[in-house]
Each structure stands twice: as structure tokens, then as C-alpha cells.
Design a protein around this ligand. Structure first.
Ligand code: BG6
Length: 480
């Protein structure tokens, strides 16, 4: 394995994401030998922490994964802390000096990753200063990792892109959608194109429809402020759901490069049918907001912290999405996502056409809570009646296999270090995703306020959700 040389500068080093996801992910990469003695991390944030304090925070965050304490201590010795106000130019000076010093100490050969885990409003000021204060090197690579959301609609995404492009060109920008770090999502193209029977049947002749479900048991937790401005359509549909849809619907990439994969996803995303008017929306979408659970244990969304008492923010959304490409004519993509549903389940169902059987054949790609693949196969009972029955052909990854799979952030940081851009969103993908969501919000703005709440917490969402699918196929329903 080639040992990677680099410095990561992390903006937002005292934050929750860093401790929960990033430090444990980077530790795994260190443990597995992807990064080694030629690596350093500079953590920055407003707080006045010392290196020692920072290292202790990192040690605490990786505690569960530590098998060898001295190796863990060696790992955290590569972490340095620099208090930083993103608006203060002098602070970039100190960052540059520290980076130069660490570059010599660890022989990182000018490779720099700048990871911004702060409010997107701060992306432009940071990137502009990185350039103007000469933090970008011309010896190795400069890469920028940013968290979602990339803008809050297509116009703001364009503006943001223009600002970032003053310092980083598109090939240097790594936009995170953490779903692309999930191992089974990563494997989708291999499943589709590496199995002759699946590839042969993956078309409108044999497929009746797709279902993509991202159901969550959690509510909005302490994020009411953010969620009020986003709702599920901006929080989950604009990114994760549309990415899964693109991977499921795209044509076979001509080669294995990131450019080719992303070009094929862009093709799908630019052919999503935009809803025309309020009638079209009523027919093809359902929005919901959770009320109190039937047992009274869980509060309604409107009673959550930092949520308006009369909020019309949607916590559930289901829709029929049509992809206007000839191969998907007549094959709808049904998608849904909601907070406070009965349980967490993340699945992609490929439902095949069936004329003569009671239940259709179905491939379910299971991300959570089970992780694996399931095929519903028709046979008959082994008695004289020969009654039709459906049996499962199923593969579930074992606990041990799951433990060995790289975590979402581990894969994403690994891929950024190696320059594998296919695990990240291209700007064009994001803009098309926004256009689809922008249209929904534009139409909602002129529709009467919804009658919320319309589903109890701990349920499967609004009761009439099956009607969406049954308009297409009266025998079909959502799989849970
Ligand atoms: C995030 C959303 O992008 O994804 C959260 O902001 C959501 O609201 C989370 O809970 C779900 O991710 P996962 O990996 O748990 O399905």
C-alpha cells in the first residue's frame, strides 16, 4: 500500500462532526496504514485550545477503536491546534507558518487537504483567504472538502460555486454526500453491471417501478433551527435520495473514471421531470409532518425545540419521480423519506413486472437496519395443491463483515486523499438536484398551507401514501 503524504487542515475542529465522525475515520485510515508518519492534521476553530487539549479530545473520540494505546498516542501526536477566526487575515498567516513547519517535519511534499466543517456561509471567506494568504501550495495537490448543503437553491449554489472557483477549480472540490461513502451505495454500479441477469433485466421491459426509502426513527433532535429552513426535501431528497436515484437509473458508464460515472449521473439528474403545477404535485407527491406519537411518548414536530408552533415544514415527503429518458418511459421511481417513522430503514426496491403471479419478483438492496441483498422468488408449496408461494433468497453481511467495512467518512476521506472524485458530487449534479427541489418549493408557495400534522410519530407516515404507487399499479404498495 502506498503511504500517503499530506496535511489536513480542518476548519471546525472543535465541532460535533469532527469528534463523532472525522477523527475516528482518520484513525481507521492510520490503523490500516493508509496514512502514516508523513501525515499531520491542523485543527482550527475559535476556541483557545492547546495542542495537548486537542490531542486529548481526539483520543477520547477514538477511544472505542483503540487496541494499542501507544499507537493511538503516536497517532494523536500528529494533531496540532491553531485557534482561528476565519475573518482575521493574520490568523491565516499563523496557519501558513504552521503548515510550512509541519510540511518539513513530516515530509508531506506539499499535499494539502482543506476540510471545512463549518456553516456553508463561511466557505467563501475561508477559500478566498486560503488563496490570498498563500496557503495553497504549488508543489503537491490542494483539495477542498466541504459538507452539504451546497447552497440552498440553484441560484445560491451557482453563486457559491463562482466564489469557490476564485481559489479552487472544480477538479479540486470534493463535495460530501455521505451516502456515497456507504459501502452498498458504492457497490451499486458493480451490482447492476457486474451481474449479467440483472443487467439484462434492468430496463422498462421488465421493471415495473423502483422504490427508494430513507425512513428515520429519530426526530429533528436539537436541529430545529436548521430543519425549519430545510425540511426533508432539502435535507434528504435534494442530496441522498436523488443520488441513489441517479445511480439506479444511469446508463452503464463507458469506463471506470470519476468523470464517466458522474457524467452518467448528471444525464439522469438533468432528465428528471419537473412537476408542472399544483395538480401535478397533488397527484405525484405527498408531504407530511409528524404529530405526537399515539402512546404520547414522543412530541409533535411543532413542539420540538426551535420549531414554530404553526410550522408548515415537511418532515415527510413521498413522490413519484419520472426520468425522461427513453429507457425509463413508464417506469416511475417512487421515493420517500421521513423523520419519526416507525423504525430506521433504508432500502432500494426494484419491483419487476408480473402478470401471472400474485406477488412480483423484487430485488431489495438493504442498507439499514439489515445490510445485504434480498430477492423475492416465486415457487409453489410442495404439496398436492401447488399453491404459489414466495420465498426469500437473501444475503446479509455478518456483524464481523460490517465491522470490517470502511465507515462512510473513512471511505470519503480515503477517496479524497487518493483523488477518487467519484465518491463526491460534481457541481452539475448538485445544480440539477436543486432545480428539481426548487420547482417543488415554488409550487408549494402558491398552494394552500398543508393540514399538519398528518401522521403520528412512530408510524409509517401519512396513511394515503400507498395511493401514490397504486395510481401506477393497483396491486403495488410500499415495502417496509
Ligand atoms: C443527514 C441529514 O444528511 O443524513 C440528517 O442531515 C439525517 O437529518 C442523516 O438524519 C441520515 O443519515 P443516515 O446515514 O443515518 O441515513
Amino acid at each position: 500500500m502506498e503511504k500517503q503524504r499530506l496535511i489536513i487542515t480542518l476548519f471546525g475542529a472543535t465541532g460535533d462532526l469532527a469528534a463523532r465522525k472525522l477523527y475516528p475515520a482518520i484513525y481507521q485510515l492510520y490503523k490500516k496504514g493508509h496514512i502514516c508518519e508523513h501525515f499531520a492534521l491542523i485543527g482550527t476553530a475559535r476556541r483557545e485550545w492547546s495542542n495537548e487539549y486537542f490531542r486529548q479530545v481526539v483520543l477520547d473520540s477514538i477511544n472505542d477503536a483503540v487496541e494499542d494505546q501507544s499507537h493511538a498516542e503516536e497517532f494523536v501526536s500528529h494533531f496540532y491546534y491553531q485557534p482561528h477566526n476565519v475573518h482575521d487575515q493574520d490568523h491565516y498567516d499563523s496557519l501558513r507558518k504552521l503548515a510550512t513547519e509541519l510540511e518539513a517535519k513530516y515530509d508531506t511534499q506539499g499535499n494539502r487537504i482543506f476540510y471545512i466543517s463549518l456553516s456553508p456561509a463561511l466557505f467563501p471567506v475561508i477559500t478566498q483567504n486560503l488563496k490570498e494568504q498563500n496557503l495553497l501550495t504549488d508543489q503537491g495537490y490542494n483539495r477542498l472538502i466541504i459538507e452539504k448543503p451546497f447552497g440552498s437553491n440553484s441560484d445560491s449554489a451557482k453563486e457559491l460555486q463562482a466564489k469557490l472557483n476564485h481559489a479552487f477549480d472544480e477538479s479540486q472540490i470534493y463535495r460530501i454526500d455521505h451516502y456515497l461513502g456507504k459501502s452498498l451505495v458504492h457497490a451499486l454500479a458493480d451490482v447492476r453491471f457486474g451481474n449479467t441477469p440483472l443487467e439484462a433485466l434492468w430496463n422498462k421491459t421488465y421493471i415495473d417501478h423502483f422504490q427508494i426509502t430513507l425512513a428515520e426513527a429519530v426526530g429533528v433532535e436539537a436541529r430545529g433551527d436548521y430543519y425549519e429552513t430545510s425540511g426533508v426535501t432539502k435535507d434528504m431528497l435534494q442530496n441522498h435520495i436523488l443520488q441513489l436515484l441517479a445511480l439506479v437509473a444511469m446508463r452503464k458508464p463507458v469506463d471506470t473514471t470519476a468523470d464517466s460515472l458522474r457524467a452518467h449521473k448528471i444525464e439522469v439528474l438533468s432528465h428528471l421531470r419537473l412537476y408542472e403545477d399544483a395538480d401535478d404535485m397533488r397527484k405525484h407527491t405527498i408531504r407530511g409532518q409528524y404529530g405526537q406519537s399515539a402512546d404520547g411518548e414522543l412530541p409533535a414536530y411543532r413542539s420540538e425545540m426551535n420549531v414554530a408552533e404553526d410550522s408548515s415544514t415537511e418532515t415527510y415527503f413521498a413522490a413519484q419521480i419520472d426520468v425522461e429518458m427513453p429507457e425509463w418511459e413508464g417506469v416511475p421511481f417512487f421515493v420517500r423519506s421521513g423523520k419519526r417513522m416507525s423504525h430506521k430503514f433504508t432500502t432500494i426496491d426494484v419491483v419487476f413486472k408480473s402478470e401471472d403471479t400474485e406477488e412480483p419478483n423484487r430485488l431489495q438492496i438493504q442498507l439499514e437496519p439489515n445490510t445485504g441483498y434480498y430477492i423475492a422468488m416465486n415457487t409453489s408449496a410442495h404439496d398436492f395443491q401447488k399453491k404459489p408461494v414466495q420465498i426469500p433468497l437473501s444475503y446479509q453481511y455478518s456483524e464481523e463483515a460490517l465491522d470490517n467495512m470502511p465507515g462512510d467518512y473513512e471511505r470519503l476521506i480515503h477517496d479524497c486523499i487518493l483523488g477518487y472524485a467519484d465518491s463526491f458530487n460534481h457541481y452539475q449534479e448538485v445544480v440539477h438536484q436543486w432545480k428539481f427541489v426548487d420547482r417543488i418549493h415554488k409550487l408549494w408557495a402558491n398552494m394552500p398551507a398543508p393540514n399538519f400534522p398528518n401522521y403520528p410519530a412512530k408510524s409509517l407516515g401519512p396513511e394515503h401514501a400507498d395511493e401514490l404507487i397504486q395510481r401506477h399499479n393497483p396491486k403495488a404498495y410500499w415495502y417496509s
